[in-house]
Each structure stands twice: as C-alpha cells, then as structure tokens.
Design a protein around this ligand. Structure first.
Ligand code: SF4
Length: 449
C-alpha cells in the first residue's frame, strides 16, 4: 500500500542551504533495513549484473586501472524520455560497449535504466537501496534526465510529480513512493559523479518554461552551486533536447577514465559542459554557413540556403549537432532543414520563442552579408566558371562535352579577369611552412575562452 511520496514539508530553507540538503533535513530517518520483505520483480531469476558476467567473460589481465565496475543509476525527473531514446541509441561509444566493458580502460558500467534492465520492481531498486545505505561496495554515478520539480506542491495535493519505486520509508515503516528528488538528494553526496543529461536536467528546460507550474529546476539548481561529488567533480551538464547520444556516452567514458585514474579530468566549461563538444556555435560548423556568408537566405522550409531568416539561432547557440549528426552521424537540425531553436542553451525555451521567427539580432549581420554577398558572389561565379575548364579546353577554345550548359568559348571579359587573377595568384613568395601553426595549435587557439 503506497502512502504519500514525501512527508509533510513545512520548514523553510536556511541561507546557503541547497534544496537537496533541505529535503534531506526534513525527511524522516531511514530504517536500518531498507529491503522490501520479498524480492519481487525478478522474473529472469538473475540480475542484469549477473547476466552480464557470462556475456563479458573478460580475463582479469585485460583490466586496466583499479576499477572493475561502476554502477550508474539513471533517474527520470520531469522528462519526455527523449534523452533515454537518444542515449540508448548512441554508437560512439555505444551503451552496449559500456555495459559489457569493451572500452579499453573504461570500467564496466552496470547501468540501472528502466528501459533495459532484466529486473523490475523491488529487484530493480535493490542496488539503489544499497547505495543509499552505503553498502553497495563499488563506486556509482547518478544520471538524471528531466528536471527536478518542487514535490512540496504535489504533496499539498496528496500526490507526487515524479517517482521511482516504493520503499518502506514511511514514518511508521510503511511503503511509500520515493520521488526522484529524494533519490537524487540521498545519492548525490556519495556519488563519484552527478551527470545531468538533456536540457531539462541541465537547465530546467521545457518543464521550467514560463509560468513553470511545477517549479521545476535543473540538477545544478537543486544540488546547489557548491555541490561536488565524492571525488570532487561538480555537476556535469550535457544539454540538448534531446541531447546527442554520443555526446553523453563519450563524456561518461571520459569521466570514467578519470575515475579509473587513467585520464585527466575532462575539460568542462564554466557551466559544466564538456568544453570540447560545446565550445563552438552551431553556425561555426554549419553546412549552410557558405550561404550565410554570401547573404543567400531561405525564404521557406525546404529551401537549401541559410535558415536564419526563418528562425535559426545557430550563430549564438553552442552545440555540435551539425558536425556530429543526431544519431550514428546521420541527421541533425540544419543538415535536414530545421532551423536551430537553441535547445542546448540555458535560456531555452523562453529566450528563443516564438520559434521560427527571425531572431532580432540577426538583422544587422544578415543585411551586411547580403550587401557583401551581392558583390562577392558574382566574382566567385566567374572564378568557378574558369576553374570548371581544363587548361587544354582553354587552349583549344572548346569544351568537348555534349551537355549544352557547358560554355565552349570564353569571352573577352573572362580572358581579362583570368589574366589579372593569374597575376595575383602567382604574386609574392610562397608561405613558409615553418610560420604556419600546426593544426592542433590552431584548434587549441580556437578553443581558448
Ligand atoms: Fe548559421 Fe543557422 Fe544559417 Fe546554419 S542555417 S549558417 S547555423 S544561421
């Protein structure tokens, strides 16, 4: 029988106290024994971890680093489960590779995710209970998708917003649903890392949009700015609605290599984002950037040109969707005709609405590139036309092609422009290679903030 999700909450937060700390303070103490009286929900007769032992069959000698396994507890807050879909479909690296410990140096990840585990019900919650009691015996990380709502509001109406499992944690030992915020508050202090996946978990996202009826917030806002994991790592934020699955698995693998003592702590920016993934704007790498530079803009959806005038915020949005693709290096907003609506940014969605309307700030830049482009574009067409001809064709004054569009003869204007173009092309000394920065140094320079 499920009682209430969260006991009555009346006290107010002290100055400097995080919401998570406050929640722990007002919750009643846990009983010594937290297991349900019977182990239910194990129809497979074994746990996911036991099942994977046979799959992995990894000789001890192949283990690199001190950690053989790490548990990863996935919790859903105010979420549409899109992050789960995205991450479970990741390919580089794949979740399957992490589950089976196939990534060199990365410990095997015992992922507790409701969509993939063999166990259900009480059996599914067993490892999380052990972690709360401090008896799990191996390090764990917590992963949150969706935002953290204010359960006090739901409690006032006799219910809860988001929960996972039931525990005998009622005031008199009765079973009650345990909310996601409670799990997070209990597990975060001893977690090796706390990872927010998707824009709802990283910045509040859609549930925290204007009016925010559930008073939803990000993991960082819930745990407080001073939060550091047991190993000293602040909240890691991997935004996106949904995030790119590979961004999540790659970051997790990098953090696990750090926990393993093999790699350095990956570089995160001031908002806890993986810097190597979120430094550049969408616009920096967009496949339509050339159109923008020449001032050629799409007028409606389906046009191949730059989408800024039909609502693309790419020039100010930090995201790698166009270079990485949505899944398995395929798709991605601008690659498939969708303007960027800023879904990776802390201001999403309120600061980017109404969607599909020209961003006000883009008028200055699009007008100036339109002006410049009207001059540059014709010149480039002349050069392109010339470079589309073999030298032999120029000498013979003909182009042996049956396609009518190919011009056989060059005009006097073409010859004149080509004459001056060649003069410029071969003028001055060649650039000394020693003065050119190596590629990685230039990249590094771009990455400095
Ligand atoms: Fe930039 Fe968006 Fe245009 Fe791409 S479509 S070039 S991101 S403004």
């Amino acid at each position: 029988m499920v009682a209430t999700a969260t006991p009555p909450i009346s006290s107010t937060r002290r100055l400097g106290q995080s919401r998570a700390e406050h929640l722990l303070e007002i919750l009643p103490p846990l009983p010594d024994q937290v297991y349900p009286p019977e182990e239910a929900g194990n129809v497979a007769g074994m746990s996911q971890e036991e099942f994977l032992v046979d799959v992995v069959k990894r000789p001890p000698a192949s283990q690199i680093g001190p950690l053989e396994k790490v548990h990863a507890f996935w919790f859903a807050g105010m979420s549409c489960d899109g992050c789960s879909i995205s991450v479970l479909g990741a390919t580089s690296p794949a979740v399957e590779d992490m589950l089976t410990g196939r990534l060199p140096g990365v410990p095997q990840v015992i992922l507790h995710h409701p969509a993939i585990n063999l166990e259900s019900g009480a059996s599914y919650m067993r490892a999380a209970e052990l972690a709360v009691m401090g008896t799990l015996g191996v390090p764990y990380v917590i992963i949150l998708e969706g935002s953290i709502p204010d359960e006090r509001m739901a409690h006032a109406g006799g219910g809860y917003w988001v929960s996972q499992g039931e525990e005998p944690w009622g005031p008199d030992g009765e079973m009650r649903a345990v909310t996601t915020p409670e799990w997070i508050a209990r597990l975060a202090p001893n977690a090796a890392a706390a990872v927010a996946v998707g824009t709802c978990a990283t910045w509040g996202g859609i549930p925290a949009a204007v009016n925010n009826p559930t008073n939803s917030m990000s993991l960082t806002d819930f745990l407080g700015a001073g939060y550091k994991s047991a190993l000293g790592v602040p909240v890691v934020n991997i935004p996106g609605c949904a995030p790119i699955g590979d961004n999540v698995t790659e970051t997790l693998a990098a953090v696990l290599l750090f926990l393993q003592g093999i790699g350095p702590l990956p570089e995160f920016d001031e908002l806890g984002r993986p810097a190597w993934l979120f430094h550049n704007t969408v616009h920096n790498r967009c496949v339509r950037g050339g159109y923008y530079e020449e001032g050629v803009f799409a007028g409606e959806f389906g046009d191949p040109e730059c989408l800024v005038e039909i609502g693309c915020w790419g020039p100010v949005v930090q995201c790698n969707i166009v270079e990485r693709g949505a899944i398995n290096h395929i798709g991605g907003c601008m690659n498939t005709g969708g303007p960027c609506i800023g879904c990776t940014m802390p201001g999403f969605p309120d600061k980017f609405t109404p969607f599909y309307k020209t961003p006000p700030g883009s008028y200055i830049s699009s007008t100036s590139t339109r002006l410049l482009g009207s001059f540059i574009r014709p010149l480039r067409r002349v050069s392109m036309r010339n470079r589309n001809r073999e030298v032999r064709w120029d000498e013979e004054g003909r182009a042996p092609t049956g396609f009518g569009a190919q011009r056989s003869l060059q005009t006097v204007v073409d010859h004149t422009l080509d004459f001056f173009y060649k003069k410029l092309q071969h003028r001055g000394p060649l650039r000394s290679p020693s003065k050119a920065k190596p590629e990685f140094e230039r990249e590094r320079g771009m990455g400095q903030r």
